[in-house]
Design a protein around this ligand. Structure first.
Ligand code: 3HC
Length: 300
C-alpha cells in the first residue's frame, strides 16, 4: 500500500550510487545502512583526511564484526567493505543519484554544503538532508534545482530504529519525493511524510517529553527516581537518550522549538551546561558504570 502522501513509485529514480556528506557517527551509520540495503557504492566525504579515515574505518569495523559474529559470509563482507569509500573531495558525487548530508545542524552550513554539492552532481541527483529540525524549503531556496531537495530524517541507532521521516519542501517535486519513499522502502524503514515544520513530528514530541523530564529533575527529583517512573514506558531513559543522540543536537532541537513555539518548549539550563562543559551527556563512565555527571547533581 502506498504511504500517505507518497507519489506513484514509478516516478522514483534508480539509485546506483550514493554520496554522503559528513563522516561523523550519524553519517557513518547511514553509509553502512545504504551499502547494506541498496548494495551500491557509497562515497563518504568530510573536511579533512582524518575525519574521513575515521568514518570509513568505523563502517569497515562494523562489517568485520558482522563477519566475526557469523551474520554475513566472507564474500559479502568483502563486497560490502569495497562498496564504502571516503574522500575529502566531492568529485566522487558526479555520478551519484542520491546525496545525503549529515553535517552540523546550522542552516548556513547546510546551504554551503548543498551549493558545493550542486556544483558537482547531475541536475537529476536527489539531495537529501538528515536535518533533525531545520526547514527543507529554506535549505533549498538558493539552489539552481531546489525541486530535488528532500528531508530524510533517520533515528539513532540507525540500524535498528524503524522509522524514517520524509520531508517535502515547498518546491520538492514528485520524482524526488518518490525517490525518497522508494529509498526508504529499500532501506527497510517505515516511511511517513511529515510537514516541513520545526523538528517535524518525532523530535517535536521527544522535546516535550525530554523537556518535562529535565524540569522534573531541575525541580529536585533525583535522576534515578525520575528514571524509575518510566519503567515500562520508555525503552531508554531520557538522559541516556541524550547521550546517544549527543547533547549538542538535543540542545539545538529544544532551542529551535523554543524559537518557533515559545514556552511550550523548555530549554534546560542543565543541558546548556553539559554542552558548555563539552560533556558527552548527563552520564559519565566511572569504573565501567554509568554515573550522573556531578556537574548536574550540583545543580540541585
Ligand atoms: N547499533 C546497531 N544495533 C544496535 C545498537 C546500535 N547502536 N544498539 C542496539 N542495537 C541492536 C542490538 O544489537 C540488538 O539486536 P539483536 O536483537 O539483533 O541482537 C537490538 O538492537 C536490541 O538491543 P539490546 O537488546 O541491546 O537493547 P534494547 O532492547 O534496549 O534496545 C535500543 C536498544 C533499540 C537502542 C532501545 O534502547 C531504544 O529504542 N532506545 C531509544 C532510541 C531512540 O529513541 N532513538 C531516537 C532518538 S531521536 C533521534 O535520533 C533523532 C535525531 O534527530 C536527534
Amino acid at each position: 500500500k502506498r504511504p500517505a502522501g507518497a507519489p506513484d513509485k514509478a516516478l522514483a529514480r534508480k539509485v546506483t550510487k550514493v554520496g554522503i556528506v559528513g563522516a561523523g557517527l550519524m553519517a557513518s551509520q547511514l553509509a553502512l545502512l545504504f551499502a547494506r540495503n541498496l548494495k551500491v557504492p557509497v562515497v563518504m566525504t568530510d573536511l579533512d583526511e582524518d575525519r574521513v579515515a575515521k568514518g570509513v574505518a568505523w563502517v569497515h569495523a562494523e562489517i568485520a564484526t558482522s563477519l566475526e559474529r557469523g551474520k554475513i559470509g566472507r564474500d559479502r563482507a568483502n563486497h560490502l567493505t569495497g562498496l564504502v569509500t571516503g574522500s575529502t573531495s566531492k568529485d566522487g558525487f558526479a555520478d551519484a543519484d542520491l546525496v545525503v548530508e549529515a553535517v552540523f545542524e546550522e542552516m548556513s552550513v547546510k546551504k554551503q554544503v548543498w551549493a558545493e554539492v550542486e556544483a558537482v552532481v547531475s541536475p537529476e541527483c536527489v539531495l537529501a538532508s538528515n536535518t533533525s529540525s531545520l526547514s527543507i524549503t529554506e535549505m533549498a531556496a538558493d539552489l539552481q534545482h531546489p525541486e530535488r531537495v528532500v528531508g530524510l530524517h533517520f533515528f539513532n541507532p540507525v540500524a535498528v530504529m524503524p522509522l524514517l521521516e520524509i520531508v517535502r519542501g515547498d518546491q520538492t517535486d514528485d520524482a524526488s519525493l518518490a525517490t525518497a519513499f522508494a529509498t526508504g522502502r529499500a532501506l527497510k524503514k517505515t516511511t511517513i511524510l511529515v510537514k516541513d515544520s520545526p523538528s517535524f513530528i518525532v523530535n517535536r514530541l521527544l522535546a516535550r517529553y525530554m523537556g518535562e523530564f529535565s524540569r522534573i529533575v531541575d525541580e529536585g527529583t533525583p535522576v534515578p527516581v525520575a528514571e524509575k517512573a518510566l519503567a515500562g514506558l520508555a525503552p531508554m531513559p531520557p538522559f541516556v537518550l541524550i547521550g546517544l543522540v549527543g547533547p549538542t543536537i538535543a540542545l539545538h532541537n529544544s532551542e529551535t522549538l523554543h524559537r518557533a513555539f515559545g514556552d511550550r518548549f523548555h530549554v534546560s539550563p542543565n543541558l546548556k551546561k553539559m554542552v558548555e562543559l563539552g560533556r558527552p551527556g548527563y552520564y559519565q563512565q566511572v569504573d565501567g558504570r554509568l554515573v550522573v555527571d556531578p556537574a548536574l547533581e550540583a545543580a540541585h
